[in-house]
Design a protein around this ligand. Structure first.
Ligand code: 5RP
Length: 298
C-alpha cells in the first residue's frame, strides 16, 4: 500500500497559467500519437529539426557492398556520430552491439536482388519483430513508375497500418529505376504519393533544379539519400543545397562509409545539416579531421 501519512495538499497549481500546448517541431506530425512523436524526436534532433541518418542497409539487395563487408568493424565506430542508423534486422542482430543507444530505422521491405527486377519487393519484417528490436521507424521502398509500383505502394500501406497500431513511424524510400529520370517532376510525384499514403518521413534524391518545390509539396519531413559515391566537396555541397531548400536531413550511406576517412566525413556532414555550415568550410573541417585521423595523408 502506498505511504499516505505524509500526503499534503499541493500548492503549485499555477491557477491562471494556461496549460502548455506547443506544436510538435516536425512538419505534418502534430496530429500523431505521443509514441510516434517520441520516436520521431529520437531520430530528428528537436534543437535543429534535422537528422543525420547513417544508411547501411544496402546489403538487403546488393550483398557485401564496398565499405559494408564488415559492419562490425567499419560501421560500429561511426554510430556515435549518427543521429539514427538505417539497417536490416540481420545486420542489427549480428553486427551491432545492443548497448548502442541510437534510434534504429529498420529496413522493412525486401525480397529481390540486383540480379532481378528491383521493384519486386514484399514486406520483409513483421511489426512484432520491429517492436522486439526497439525500432524507432520502419523503412519501405516505393517504386513509383516501376514494374511493381502497385505492389510497393501496397507494402507501404501495410507497414504504415502495422506501425500505426504499435506507434512506430514509417519512412518511405523512393526507389528510382534506371529507366526513370530523377527530376523535380518525378521526385515531386513520388514523394507526395508516399506522404499521401501515410508515410511519416520520406526519403528521396536531391535534384539540381526544383528541389525546393519537391520539399515544399511534401507535407512530412523529407531526407535525402547520398546516392553513389561523389568526391567529398560535391557530397557536402549536395547536402548543403538540400538542407537550404527544405530537406530535414540526410539518410546517407556510400558518401560516408566509402570515404577514406568516414568518421571525418560524417562530422563534416553533421556540420552542414545541424549548423548550416557552408560546403567549403565543411570540406575544410573534413580535411582537418582526416589529417588528425590519418596523419600521413592530406
Ligand atoms: C537502399 C537505400 C539506401 O539506404 C540508400 O540508397 C542510402 O544510401 P546511399 O546514400 O548510399 O544512397 O535505401 O535502397
Amino acid at each position: 500500500m502506498p505511504d499516505v501519512d505524509d500526503a499534503q495538499d499541493g500548492k503549485d497549481y499555477h491557477i491562471g497559467v494556461p496549460m502548455q500546448s506547443n506544436a510538435f517541431f516536425l512538419k505534418g506530425s502534430n496530429s500523431l500519437d505521443w509514441g510516434m512523436k517520441n520516436r520521431l524526436a529520437r531520430i530528428f534532433n528537436p534543437a535543429t529539426g534535422k537528422t543525420v541518418m547513417l544508411a547501411v542497409d544496402h546489403g538487403y539487395f546488393q550483398g557485401p557492398t564496398t565499405g559494408l563487408e564488415r559492419i562490425d568493424i567499419a560501421i560500429v565506430p561511426l554510430v556515435p556520430y549518427a543521429d539514427a542508423l538505417m539497417i536490416t534486422r540481420g545486420a542489427l542482430r549480428t553486427s551491432i552491439p545492443a548497448e548502442m543507444a541510437k534510434p534504429v530505422v529498420l529496413r522493412s521491405s525486401g525480397g529481390q536482388s540486383i540480379l532481378k527486377e528491383l521493384s519486386n519487393e514484399l514486406v520483409a519484417v513483421d511489426v512484432e519483430d520491429a517492436v522486439r528490436l526497439n525500432a524507432s521507424a520502419m523503412a519501405v521502398q516505393v517504386y513509383i513508375g516501376g514494374v511493381h509500383e502497385h505492389q510497393s505502394i501496397g507494402n507501404l500501406v501495410k507497414v504504415v497500418d502495422a506501425g500505426t497500431k504499435t506507434g512506430i513511424p514509417t519512412l518511405a524510400v523512393t526507389g528510382v529505376g534506371k529507366e526513370l529520370v530523377r527530376d523535380a517532376k518525378y521526385l515531386g510525384l513520388a514523394t507526395r504519393i508516399c506522404a499521401e499514403m501515410g508515410a511519416h518521413v520520406v526519403k528521396t534524391y536531391y535534384c539540381e533544379k526544383g528541389f525546393a518545390r519537391v520539399a515544399a509539396a511534401c507535407p512530412v519531413p523529407l531526407v535525402i539519400a547520398g546516392g553513389k559515391k561523389l568526391p567529398e566537396p560535391e557530397a557536402l555541397k549536395m547536402a548543403y543545397e538540400a538542407i537550404d531548400q527544405g530537406a530535414a536531413g540526410v539518410d546517407m550511406g556510400r558518401n560516408i562509409f566509402q570515404c577514406e576517412a568516414p568518421i571525418a566525413m560524417i562530422q563534416a556532414v553533421r556540420a552542414v545539416v545541424h549548423d548550416q555550415e557552408k560546403p567549403d568550410k565543411a570540406y575544410e573541417l573534413y580535411l582537418s579531421l582526416k589529417r588528425d585521423a590519418v596523419p600521413n595523408r592530406s
